[in-house]
Design a protein around this ligand. Structure first.
Ligand SMILES: NC(=O)c1ccc[n+]([C@@H]2O[C@H](COP(=O)([O-])OP(=O)(O)OC[C@H]3O[C@@H](n4cnc5c(N)ncnc54)[C@H](OP(=O)(O)O)[C@@H]3O)[C@@H](O)[C@H]2O)c1
Length: 324
């Protein structure tokens, strides 16, 4: 597995998103044993960049990762996130990146992950109530204390990224980037100017780009795709054509659609690390093999010119938490 740098942090260029093992998608939490086997297989294959967050569950995804990493902590680069749980009483899904909240959050994450340091600690969403300078100042203190090694942001836009980086070097921005969600291409020039890496979340379009989802009944009502505009009604039906085009290019390349979606992201630069999510060993193996796939210029051009997706990439409530 090839490695790249996110700022000064060395990571496997394909990571593993652990969220769906415990949270968000149909089947989450149904087979922790297979999820742990998936994490172990990832480490064996050199996929050592593991992504979680305090809000996933909440808490249980970090616990699961901590359990899986017992005895193997040194082989992993752990990335987790704070700021979507307010410990002052408001609880989960409340933005709180105040220094006091971060100081509480980090202790919980360290305990659940069974480690004395977090390799990459992201703010999960920008908190309009707390100046970013105060937030990053508090995380920089954690770096001083050795509890955090590198600092990240998620779904922050240009001005916040610049202001944050002026307080302490930011190693990575984690935002949605995939064949059907390309607005990060507006942010990339700034990231490159500042030497910040881009961690591409939902690189498989929440599974849609793999072609494995063909009907709205493929996921249950508690699955967050059930309220995602791209996965509902007429948009869903229109977007199937997009998945079919990825499938056709995959057939030509002798690869799977998931591998094509990942290889396209890797072709965009040595500062981009996709973190496809899966809770299954077989899919982890399939996704990791994208490291060895090189698409032709013609295939890349076809992928670049795919029609835009029908529907926004988040529902309205989620969109309100995303800085644009
Ligand atoms: N910063 C943020 O705000 C944010 C937001 C969302 C996600 N994330 C992170 O990014 C990671 C990845 O994003 P994501 O999980 O939302 O979306 P994704 O990686 O685009 O897709 C994951 C979905 O695709 C399925 N899948 C995976 N590999 C497959 C394959 N080879 N063939 C067919 N289906 C496949 C998975 O199902 P199975 O699990 O059943 O295989 C899962 O339902 C998350 O785990 C999380 O760590 C961060």
């Amino acid at each position: 597995m090839k490695h790249i740098k996110l700022g000064d942090l060395d990571v496997s260029r394909i990571g593993l998103g652990c969220m769906g093992m415990s949270h968000g998608y149909t089947g989450a939490g149904s087979d922790d044993a297979e999820s742990i086997r998936t994490i172990h297989r990832a480490l064996d294959l050199g996929v050592t960049f593991l992504d979680t967050a305090e809000i996933y569950g909440p808490y249980v995804n970090e616990e699961l990762l901590g359990k899986a990493l017992k005895g193997r902590r040194d082989q992993a680069v752990i990335a987790t996130k704070y700021g979507l749980v307010s410990h002052a009483g408001d609880g989960p899904w409340n933005l709180d990146s105040s220094p006091a909240n971060i100081r509480r959050a980090v202790e919980g994450s360290l305990r659940r992950l069974g480690t004395d340091h977090i390799d990459l600690y992201y703010q999960h969403r920008v908190d309009p109530k707390t100046p970013i300078e105060d937030t990053i100042g508090a995380v920089a203190d954690l770096v001083q204390q050795g509890k955090v090694r590198h600092i990240g942001l998620s779904e922050a836009w240009l001005d916040t990224i610049r202001r944050a980086h002026a307080v302490h070097p930011i190693a990575a921005l984690q935002s949605e980037y995939s064949l059907w969600t390309r607005d990060q291409e507006e942010v990339l020039p700034l990231l490159r100017e500042l030497g910040i890496g881009l961690v591409a979340y939902s690189p498989l379009g929440h599974g849609f780009l793999t072609g494995a989802i063909r009907s709205e009944s493929d996921f249950g009502p508690d699955d967050f795709r059930a309220t995602n505009p791209r996965f509902t009604g007429e948009n869903f039906r229109r977007n199937l054509a997009l998945a079919d085009e990825v499938q056709a290019i995959a057939a030509e390349a002798g690869a799977t659609p998931a591998q094509v979606a990942i290889a396209w992201l890797l072709s965009k630069g040595d500062d981009i690390a996709p973190i496809p999510g899966t809770k299954r060993v077989s899919r982890l193996e399939e996704n990791a093999a994208a490291d060895g796939l090189t698409l032709t210029a013609e295939q890349l051009a076809k992928l670049d010119s795919l029609p835009p997706a029908a529907g926004g990439h988040h529902n309205e409530a989620q969109m309100r938490m995303i800085e644009r």
